[in-house]
Design a protein around this ligand. Sequence first.
Ligand code: MG
Length: 389
Amino acid sequence: MKRFCLILAAGSATRLRAGKNKVYLHLKGKRPLEYTLAAFKSAGCFQGALVVYKEGELEEAKMSAAASGFQNVFFAAGGATRQESAYKGLLALPPDTDIVAVHDGARCFTDPELIRNCVKSCEKFGSGVAGRMSTDTVKRTDREGRFLETLDRREIAFVQTPQVFRYQELLSAYQKAVEEGFSATDDAGIMEYAGYAPRLVESQGENLKLTYREDFYKGERLLGGSDRIYIGQGFDIHPFAEGRRLILGGVEIEHDKGLLGHSDADVLCHAVTDALLGASGLSDIGELFPDTDDKWKDANSLELLAQVVERILKRGYQVINVDATVFLEKPRLSPYKKTMEEKLSAVLQTDHVNVKAKTMEGFGAVGGGQAAAASAICSIRRRDAVIFA
Ligand code: MG
Protein backbone atom coordinates (compact mmCIF):
# COMPACT_ATOMS: atom_id res chain seq x y z
CA MET A 1 0.00 0.00 0.00
CA LYS A 2 1.40 3.36 -0.99
CA ARG A 3 -0.01 6.06 1.25
CA PHE A 4 0.73 9.76 1.05
CA CYS A 5 -0.49 12.75 2.96
CA LEU A 6 -1.17 15.95 1.10
CA ILE A 7 -0.78 18.98 3.34
CA LEU A 8 -2.39 22.21 2.15
CA ALA A 9 -0.33 25.24 3.14
CA ALA A 10 -1.14 27.68 0.35
CA GLY A 11 -3.95 29.58 2.09
CA SER A 12 -4.01 33.34 2.44
CA ALA A 13 -5.24 33.45 6.06
CA THR A 14 -7.12 36.71 5.58
CA ARG A 15 -9.26 36.11 8.69
CA LEU A 16 -6.20 36.27 10.93
CA ARG A 17 -4.80 39.55 9.52
CA ALA A 18 -1.31 38.53 10.60
CA GLY A 19 0.45 39.78 7.47
CA LYS A 20 1.92 36.33 7.04
CA ASN A 21 0.79 32.81 6.24
CA LYS A 22 -0.47 31.44 9.55
CA VAL A 23 1.26 28.08 9.08
CA TYR A 24 4.60 29.91 9.46
CA LEU A 25 3.75 32.06 12.48
CA HIS A 26 5.50 31.02 15.64
CA LEU A 27 3.66 28.92 18.14
CA LYS A 28 5.85 28.15 21.11
CA GLY A 29 8.97 28.39 19.01
CA LYS A 30 7.76 26.25 16.12
CA ARG A 31 5.75 26.83 12.98
CA PRO A 32 2.26 25.29 12.91
CA LEU A 33 3.25 23.39 9.74
CA GLU A 34 5.97 21.63 11.74
CA TYR A 35 3.40 20.37 14.24
CA THR A 36 1.18 19.23 11.39
CA LEU A 37 3.92 17.26 9.66
CA ALA A 38 5.12 15.85 12.98
CA ALA A 39 1.60 14.51 13.65
CA PHE A 40 1.50 12.75 10.28
CA LYS A 41 4.98 11.39 10.86
CA SER A 42 3.96 9.89 14.17
CA ALA A 43 0.83 8.40 12.62
CA GLY A 44 3.42 6.12 11.04
CA CYS A 45 1.44 5.04 7.99
CA PHE A 46 2.68 7.28 5.18
CA GLN A 47 5.50 6.75 2.70
CA GLY A 48 5.82 10.49 2.31
CA ALA A 49 4.18 13.89 2.49
CA LEU A 50 3.48 16.43 -0.20
CA VAL A 51 3.26 20.03 0.99
CA VAL A 52 1.32 22.36 -1.27
CA TYR A 53 2.92 25.76 -0.76
CA LYS A 54 2.06 29.26 -1.75
CA GLU A 55 4.13 31.04 -4.39
CA GLY A 56 7.15 32.67 -2.72
CA GLU A 57 6.97 30.50 0.41
CA LEU A 58 8.86 27.39 -0.70
CA GLU A 59 11.82 28.14 1.58
CA GLU A 60 9.58 28.48 4.65
CA ALA A 61 7.82 25.24 3.71
CA LYS A 62 11.16 23.45 3.33
CA MET A 63 12.43 24.72 6.68
CA SER A 64 9.24 23.57 8.40
CA ALA A 65 9.51 20.15 6.80
CA ALA A 66 13.15 19.78 7.84
CA ALA A 67 12.34 20.81 11.41
CA SER A 68 9.41 18.37 11.63
CA GLY A 69 11.66 15.34 11.23
CA PHE A 70 9.39 13.87 8.53
CA GLN A 71 11.58 12.20 5.90
CA ASN A 72 10.54 12.16 2.27
CA VAL A 73 8.62 15.42 2.07
CA PHE A 74 8.24 16.99 -1.33
CA PHE A 75 6.58 20.13 -2.55
CA ALA A 76 4.14 21.44 -5.15
CA ALA A 77 3.02 25.01 -5.82
CA GLY A 78 -0.62 25.72 -4.92
CA GLY A 79 -3.37 27.68 -6.67
CA ALA A 80 -5.77 30.49 -5.88
CA THR A 81 -8.33 28.40 -3.98
CA ARG A 82 -8.25 25.39 -1.68
CA GLN A 83 -9.76 23.29 -4.43
CA GLU A 84 -7.15 24.37 -6.99
CA SER A 85 -4.33 23.73 -4.52
CA ALA A 86 -5.62 20.29 -3.62
CA TYR A 87 -5.97 19.38 -7.31
CA LYS A 88 -2.43 20.56 -8.08
CA GLY A 89 -1.19 18.51 -5.15
CA LEU A 90 -3.02 15.40 -6.35
CA LEU A 91 -1.48 15.77 -9.81
CA ALA A 92 1.98 16.01 -8.24
CA LEU A 93 1.65 12.75 -6.26
CA PRO A 94 3.26 9.55 -7.60
CA PRO A 95 0.77 7.95 -10.03
CA ASP A 96 0.93 4.63 -8.18
CA THR A 97 -0.28 6.16 -4.91
CA ASP A 98 -3.03 4.01 -3.37
CA ILE A 99 -4.33 6.21 -0.59
CA VAL A 100 -4.14 9.94 -0.01
CA ALA A 101 -4.91 11.86 3.17
CA VAL A 102 -5.74 15.50 2.41
CA HIS A 103 -5.17 17.80 5.37
CA ASP A 104 -5.25 21.52 6.16
CA GLY A 105 -1.79 22.69 7.17
CA ALA A 106 -3.22 24.97 9.86
CA ARG A 107 -4.94 22.06 11.61
CA CYS A 108 -1.79 21.28 13.47
CA PHE A 109 -2.86 19.40 16.61
CA THR A 110 -4.50 16.43 14.95
CA ASP A 111 -4.20 13.28 17.01
CA PRO A 112 -2.11 10.65 15.14
CA GLU A 113 -4.70 8.10 16.30
CA LEU A 114 -7.40 10.01 14.39
CA ILE A 115 -5.18 10.07 11.31
CA ARG A 116 -4.70 6.29 11.53
CA ASN A 117 -8.45 5.75 12.04
CA CYS A 118 -9.23 7.75 8.90
CA VAL A 119 -6.69 5.69 6.94
CA LYS A 120 -8.14 2.43 8.31
CA SER A 121 -11.65 3.54 7.37
CA CYS A 122 -10.42 4.31 3.85
CA GLU A 123 -8.78 0.91 3.53
CA LYS A 124 -11.97 -0.76 4.64
CA PHE A 125 -14.70 1.41 3.11
CA GLY A 126 -12.94 3.60 0.54
CA SER A 127 -13.03 6.80 2.59
CA GLY A 128 -12.46 8.20 6.06
CA VAL A 129 -13.27 11.83 6.84
CA ALA A 130 -12.53 13.34 10.25
CA GLY A 131 -15.34 15.26 11.87
CA ARG A 132 -17.82 15.22 14.68
CA MET A 133 -21.56 14.95 15.03
CA SER A 134 -23.31 18.06 16.27
CA THR A 135 -23.99 18.22 19.99
CA ASP A 136 -25.74 21.58 19.61
CA THR A 137 -29.18 22.18 18.20
CA VAL A 138 -28.80 23.24 14.59
CA LYS A 139 -31.08 25.72 12.86
CA ARG A 140 -31.30 27.02 9.35
CA THR A 141 -31.51 30.83 9.29
CA ASP A 142 -32.15 33.56 6.77
CA ARG A 143 -29.59 36.32 6.22
CA GLU A 144 -31.04 38.44 9.03
CA GLY A 145 -30.46 35.59 11.48
CA ARG A 146 -34.12 34.58 11.78
CA PHE A 147 -34.68 30.87 12.29
CA LEU A 148 -36.43 29.12 9.44
CA GLU A 149 -36.17 25.52 10.53
CA THR A 150 -34.70 23.26 13.22
CA LEU A 151 -32.62 20.51 11.68
CA ASP A 152 -32.23 17.04 13.12
CA ARG A 153 -28.82 17.24 14.74
CA ARG A 154 -28.41 13.48 14.51
CA GLU A 155 -28.01 14.13 10.80
CA ILE A 156 -25.53 17.00 11.16
CA ALA A 157 -21.78 16.48 11.09
CA PHE A 158 -19.06 19.12 11.30
CA VAL A 159 -16.35 18.07 8.94
CA GLN A 160 -12.63 18.54 9.45
CA THR A 161 -9.48 17.01 7.99
CA PRO A 162 -7.77 14.61 7.40
CA GLN A 163 -10.00 13.42 4.60
CA VAL A 164 -8.68 10.15 3.30
CA PHE A 165 -9.62 8.60 -0.04
CA ARG A 166 -8.42 6.15 -2.65
CA TYR A 167 -6.08 8.18 -4.77
CA GLN A 168 -7.47 7.31 -8.21
CA GLU A 169 -11.06 7.90 -7.11
CA LEU A 170 -10.28 11.29 -5.59
CA LEU A 171 -8.20 12.33 -8.59
CA SER A 172 -10.96 11.50 -11.06
CA ALA A 173 -13.56 13.19 -8.84
CA TYR A 174 -11.42 16.33 -8.92
CA GLN A 175 -11.01 16.04 -12.68
CA LYS A 176 -14.77 15.81 -13.08
CA ALA A 177 -15.29 18.85 -10.82
CA VAL A 178 -12.73 20.86 -12.79
CA GLU A 179 -14.27 19.89 -16.14
CA GLU A 180 -17.78 20.70 -14.98
CA GLY A 181 -16.92 23.87 -13.09
CA PHE A 182 -18.11 22.51 -9.75
CA SER A 183 -16.56 23.86 -6.59
CA ALA A 184 -16.64 22.66 -3.00
CA THR A 185 -14.91 23.72 0.21
CA ASP A 186 -13.61 20.24 1.01
CA ASP A 187 -12.60 16.99 -0.65
CA ALA A 188 -15.63 15.07 0.59
CA GLY A 189 -17.76 17.63 -1.24
CA ILE A 190 -15.93 16.80 -4.48
CA MET A 191 -16.44 13.09 -3.85
CA GLU A 192 -20.16 13.60 -3.15
CA TYR A 193 -20.45 15.44 -6.45
CA ALA A 194 -18.87 12.43 -8.18
CA GLY A 195 -21.50 10.18 -6.64
CA TYR A 196 -19.70 8.78 -3.57
CA ALA A 197 -20.96 8.87 0.00
CA PRO A 198 -17.80 9.46 2.10
CA ARG A 199 -17.76 8.14 5.65
CA LEU A 200 -17.33 10.10 8.84
CA VAL A 201 -14.63 9.14 11.33
CA GLU A 202 -15.45 10.76 14.65
CA SER A 203 -12.68 12.84 16.14
CA GLN A 204 -12.49 12.70 19.91
CA GLY A 205 -10.21 15.59 20.76
CA GLU A 206 -10.56 19.13 19.59
CA ASN A 207 -8.66 18.78 16.28
CA LEU A 208 -8.09 22.53 16.43
CA LYS A 209 -7.58 24.54 13.28
CA LEU A 210 -5.79 27.88 13.54
CA THR A 211 -8.16 30.43 12.08
CA TYR A 212 -8.42 33.32 14.52
CA ARG A 213 -5.94 34.76 17.01
CA GLU A 214 -7.79 33.09 19.85
CA ASP A 215 -6.97 29.75 18.23
CA PHE A 216 -3.25 30.48 18.60
CA TYR A 217 -3.74 31.21 22.28
CA LYS A 218 -5.73 28.01 22.60
CA GLY A 219 -3.00 26.13 20.76
CA GLU A 220 -0.45 27.51 23.12
CA ARG A 221 -2.42 26.32 26.12
CA LEU A 222 -2.66 22.88 24.47
CA LEU A 223 1.13 22.90 24.25
CA GLY A 224 1.35 23.72 27.92
CA GLY A 225 2.27 27.36 27.46
CA SER A 226 1.68 29.76 30.28
CA ASP A 227 1.21 33.51 30.24
CA ARG A 228 4.02 35.57 31.62
CA ILE A 229 3.12 38.72 33.54
CA TYR A 230 5.24 41.88 33.58
CA ILE A 231 4.82 44.97 35.76
CA GLY A 232 5.87 48.48 34.79
CA GLN A 233 5.82 51.87 36.45
CA GLY A 234 5.97 55.44 35.16
CA PHE A 235 6.18 58.93 36.57
CA ASP A 236 5.96 62.40 35.03
CA ILE A 237 5.77 66.03 36.08
CA HIS A 238 5.04 69.24 34.11
CA PRO A 239 4.91 72.88 35.23
CA PHE A 240 1.74 74.96 35.00
CA ALA A 241 1.74 77.90 32.59
CA GLU A 242 -0.70 80.61 31.56
CA GLY A 243 -2.43 80.33 28.21
CA ARG A 244 -2.26 76.54 28.02
CA ARG A 245 -5.09 74.00 28.04
CA LEU A 246 -5.08 71.45 30.84
CA ILE A 247 -5.31 67.94 29.37
CA LEU A 248 -5.25 64.89 31.64
CA GLY A 249 -5.91 61.36 30.41
CA GLY A 250 -6.95 62.82 27.07
CA VAL A 251 -9.70 64.90 28.73
CA GLU A 252 -9.73 68.70 28.73
CA ILE A 253 -10.12 69.98 32.29
CA GLU A 254 -11.60 73.40 33.00
CA HIS A 255 -8.90 75.51 34.64
CA ASP A 256 -7.29 78.95 34.30
CA LYS A 257 -3.95 77.47 33.23
CA GLY A 258 -2.53 74.36 31.68
CA LEU A 259 0.62 72.28 31.74
CA LEU A 260 3.64 73.31 29.75
CA GLY A 261 5.48 70.86 27.51
CA HIS A 262 6.55 70.04 23.99
CA SER A 263 3.42 67.93 23.45
CA ASP A 264 0.06 68.64 25.05
CA ALA A 265 1.85 67.89 28.37
CA ASP A 266 -0.70 65.30 29.48
CA VAL A 267 1.22 64.02 32.54
CA LEU A 268 -1.22 61.21 33.15
CA CYS A 269 -0.85 59.79 29.61
CA HIS A 270 2.91 60.19 29.84
CA ALA A 271 3.12 58.26 33.12
CA VAL A 272 0.91 55.48 31.72
CA THR A 273 2.95 55.34 28.50
CA ASP A 274 6.18 55.00 30.45
CA ALA A 275 4.68 52.27 32.63
CA LEU A 276 3.80 50.26 29.50
CA LEU A 277 7.20 50.83 27.94
CA GLY A 278 8.82 49.78 31.19
CA ALA A 279 6.79 46.60 31.47
CA SER A 280 7.55 45.58 27.89
CA GLY A 281 11.22 46.55 28.10
CA LEU A 282 10.96 49.14 25.34
CA SER A 283 12.93 52.06 26.75
CA ASP A 284 10.95 55.21 27.60
CA ILE A 285 8.74 57.92 26.19
CA GLY A 286 11.58 60.46 25.79
CA GLU A 287 13.46 58.06 23.58
CA LEU A 288 10.44 57.18 21.45
CA PHE A 289 9.01 60.67 21.07
CA PRO A 290 11.94 63.07 21.68
CA ASP A 291 11.01 66.67 22.51
CA THR A 292 13.74 67.79 20.11
CA ASP A 293 11.66 66.40 17.24
CA ASP A 294 9.16 68.90 15.82
CA LYS A 295 6.99 66.00 14.79
CA TRP A 296 5.79 65.65 18.39
CA LYS A 297 5.19 69.35 19.02
CA ASP A 298 1.72 69.79 20.56
CA ALA A 299 1.17 66.09 19.97
CA ASN A 300 -1.96 64.50 21.39
CA SER A 301 -0.51 62.29 24.12
CA LEU A 302 -3.47 59.92 24.09
CA GLU A 303 -2.58 59.20 20.45
CA LEU A 304 1.06 58.63 21.38
CA LEU A 305 -0.15 56.19 24.01
CA ALA A 306 -2.24 54.43 21.36
CA GLN A 307 0.88 54.05 19.19
CA VAL A 308 2.74 52.46 22.08
CA VAL A 309 -0.16 50.09 22.79
CA GLU A 310 -0.18 49.06 19.12
CA ARG A 311 3.54 48.40 19.31
CA ILE A 312 3.35 46.17 22.37
CA LEU A 313 0.28 44.29 21.07
CA LYS A 314 2.30 43.42 17.97
CA ARG A 315 4.94 41.95 20.21
CA GLY A 316 2.38 39.58 21.67
CA TYR A 317 1.58 41.50 24.85
CA GLN A 318 -1.81 42.38 26.22
CA VAL A 319 -2.55 45.02 28.85
CA ILE A 320 -4.12 43.58 31.99
CA ASN A 321 -4.58 46.67 34.11
CA VAL A 322 -3.39 50.20 34.78
CA ASP A 323 -3.58 52.05 38.07
CA ALA A 324 -2.60 55.73 38.03
CA THR A 325 -2.49 58.67 40.42
CA VAL A 326 -2.53 62.33 39.41
CA PHE A 327 -0.95 64.72 41.91
CA LEU A 328 -2.23 68.28 41.73
CA GLU A 329 -3.56 70.89 44.07
CA LYS A 330 -6.31 72.31 41.86
CA PRO A 331 -8.77 71.81 40.24
CA ARG A 332 -10.70 68.89 41.68
CA LEU A 333 -10.60 65.96 39.26
CA SER A 334 -13.48 63.87 40.56
CA PRO A 335 -15.98 65.10 37.92
CA TYR A 336 -13.55 64.01 35.18
CA LYS A 337 -12.18 60.73 36.49
CA LYS A 338 -14.75 58.50 34.87
CA THR A 339 -14.24 60.04 31.43
CA MET A 340 -10.46 59.76 31.81
CA GLU A 341 -10.80 56.10 32.70
CA GLU A 342 -13.05 55.50 29.71
CA LYS A 343 -10.66 57.21 27.30
CA LEU A 344 -7.68 55.32 28.65
CA SER A 345 -9.60 52.01 28.67
CA ALA A 346 -10.46 52.38 24.99
CA VAL A 347 -6.83 52.98 24.05
CA LEU A 348 -5.39 50.35 26.38
CA GLN A 349 -8.00 47.76 25.34
CA THR A 350 -8.76 46.73 28.90
CA ASP A 351 -11.60 47.52 31.29
CA HIS A 352 -9.26 47.57 34.25
CA VAL A 353 -8.15 51.18 34.37
CA ASN A 354 -8.22 53.16 37.57
CA VAL A 355 -7.42 56.87 37.95
CA LYS A 356 -6.95 58.45 41.37
CA ALA A 357 -6.29 62.07 42.32
CA LYS A 358 -4.27 63.39 45.26
CA THR A 359 -3.29 66.81 46.52
CA MET A 360 0.12 67.32 48.09
CA GLU A 361 -1.29 69.14 51.14
CA GLY A 362 0.54 72.32 50.15
CA PHE A 363 4.00 70.73 50.04
CA GLY A 364 6.51 71.25 47.24
CA ALA A 365 5.99 72.52 43.69
CA VAL A 366 2.85 70.45 43.20
CA GLY A 367 1.46 71.52 46.56
CA GLY A 368 2.18 75.15 45.68
CA GLY A 369 0.21 74.84 42.46
CA GLN A 370 3.22 75.33 40.16
CA ALA A 371 3.17 71.83 38.70
CA ALA A 372 1.17 68.64 38.30
CA ALA A 373 2.57 65.12 38.40
CA ALA A 374 1.32 61.62 37.76
CA SER A 375 2.47 58.12 38.51
CA ALA A 376 1.21 54.89 37.00
CA ILE A 377 1.69 51.20 37.40
CA CYS A 378 0.58 48.59 34.88
CA SER A 379 0.66 44.88 34.33
CA ILE A 380 0.85 43.26 30.93
CA ARG A 381 0.67 39.66 29.82
CA ARG A 382 2.88 38.05 27.25
CA ARG A 383 1.15 35.39 25.21
CA ASP A 384 4.27 33.28 25.15
CA ALA A 385 5.85 32.88 21.74
CA VAL A 386 2.79 33.86 19.73
CA ILE A 387 4.18 36.55 17.49
CA PHE A 388 1.95 38.29 15.00
CA ALA A 389 4.19 39.85 12.39
MG1 MG B 1 5.89 64.42 30.01
